[in-house]
Ligand binder design. Sequence first.
Ligand code: ASP
Ligand code: MG
Length: 412
Amino acid sequence: MALVIQKFGGTSVGTVEKIKNVAKRVVCEKEKGNHVVVVLSAMTGETNKLVSLANEVSETPNEREFDVLVSTGEQVTIALLSMALQEIGCAARSYTASQVKIITDSAHTKARIKEIGSENIKKDLEEGKVVVVAGFQGVDEHGNVTTLGRGGSDTSAVAIAAALKADVCEIFTDVEGVYTTDPNICEKARKLKKISYDEMLEMASLGAKVLQTRSVEFAKKYHVPVHVRSTFSDNEGTLVTKEDREMERVAVSGIAYNKDEAKITIIQVPDKPGVAAKLFGLISESNINVDMIIQNISEDGYTDMTFTVPKGDYKRALELVEKTGVELAAKGVTGDPNISKVSVIGVGMRSHAGIASTVFKTLSQEGINIMMISTSEIKVSCVIESKYTELAVRTLHDAFNLGEGEITEEKS
Ligand code: ASP
Ligand code: MG
């Protein structure tokens, strides 16, 4: 008898009809002889509505109250699904996070899970019940309601899977799985059968918004196999799992892009110790996340530095850098919000040479100028003008033969 965690996203529980369908799916799993724990999101759009309500009352809502409010969407769906299950003869019980004891730290709106009490759940499972848990929410050690950040019910599901040592954590969503790239901009995008945790982390943080990044970190840490699949079909989706030999044989697994960044350049800062420390110290104190950083020292004793920040923080960051630039005696500061980052990802890169040069050649053949480059063991990222994003993604997808039936595996 296996233990299966099934998480259904907002679009899967968006209407009463859909909730009834989810109930049928859960019963099918149960009828295979498995124990099932269901983790739910709020109905589509519900959390956004709650956020807007808070913003109507206050520009800076108190975070504790904000969490009390936005966590309510999930309480609606768990109750409705439990009723729907009971209605078709399946014993079920709903649990809020405080009833399960999903203990988090006290960082409201972005809390981290510290511990999960599994007693209640285990008892119900042994009695043959389906357990339905509210995703996205937690409770701190003082009993305050917390939330895990937008998209956080993925993390709830994976954490519960880890705590209960489940056999698999299935993430049911409105897409068929993880694709080689965004199918909305590249019609040749192909569904991947398997992807490693590290590749998925790159894909998730770079804009393939299928799974909350933190859920993948959790899955990696506790070796939880995650199966991303569609609620609306029985097709196999994509398994996010440990790296294996087969994955390494393919140099590139996917192309991701991110249009949500902007770049800032500080020009000709005197080249001496402490410049980067001061600049990035101030930026981080303002809670702005810096992604890529490129620094170059020229022969005349000056440094140019270019880095990227989330587009939402661009104005704030630019003002800060302009001010600091004066203090650091820089020649000037420029910025550009119309950029995007395109990344080629694959664990196979560790053992295949020439990936970066293929990326550069492909972009240059399309006349696309590369403004910044950064690489890691399993990725090559280029910052380009935003208007070329789609073209870059499509031509790179072709260049690495990622389309249907095109996969070129090396004989091992
Ligand atoms: N309902 C929450 C949100 O919309 C959590 C989730 O769906 O994962 O962000
Ligand atoms: Mg989601």
